[in-house]
Design a protein around this ligand. Sequence first.
Ligand code: HEC
Length: 125
Amino acid sequence: MYGTRLYAIVVASAIFIIAANAMAQTKDEQDLPRDPPPPLPAATLKDSKVIALGETLWQEQCTHCHGAKAYPGKAPKLQPRQYKPEFVWDRTHNGFRQMPSWRDVYKPNEIIALVAYVMSDDFFP
Ligand code: HEC
């Protein structure tokens, strides 16, 4: 009797330790160092060529989730008036929860172009 109970406790503890480890690992992945934003000068963000590049990239990749025609609830509707450019850069470059990171997809100037477009008056999801 006592032996079975002890066995159960040992097994339960082992499962707990394995599960805790697995959780710690996923947490570590999320806590990967986030790159800090580069300087985002107004002159670049207001440049119509930069904004136009950002718009093209937005149409290619971002509308699937953030576009007006995307499946409702897939991603939040962006609220650029409430954002600082650095925030948009951070989420786009580093990702956040269900928002994929684009750092390995786009070149640094392309991520800045996306920020310029999202922050611009032309922005239309
Ligand atoms: C696979 C779907 C998906 C794609 C593609 C995607 N996003 Fe997102 N995005 C999300 C989700 C989901 C969130 C919300 C993350 C959270 O806060 O939990 C988000 C959040 C954001 C935010 C922060 C919004 C806020 O108010 O917190 C920005 C900015 C953003 N995305 C920009 C972009 C840009 C730019 C692209 C294209 C390069 C893009 N996203 C592509 C799913 C996506």
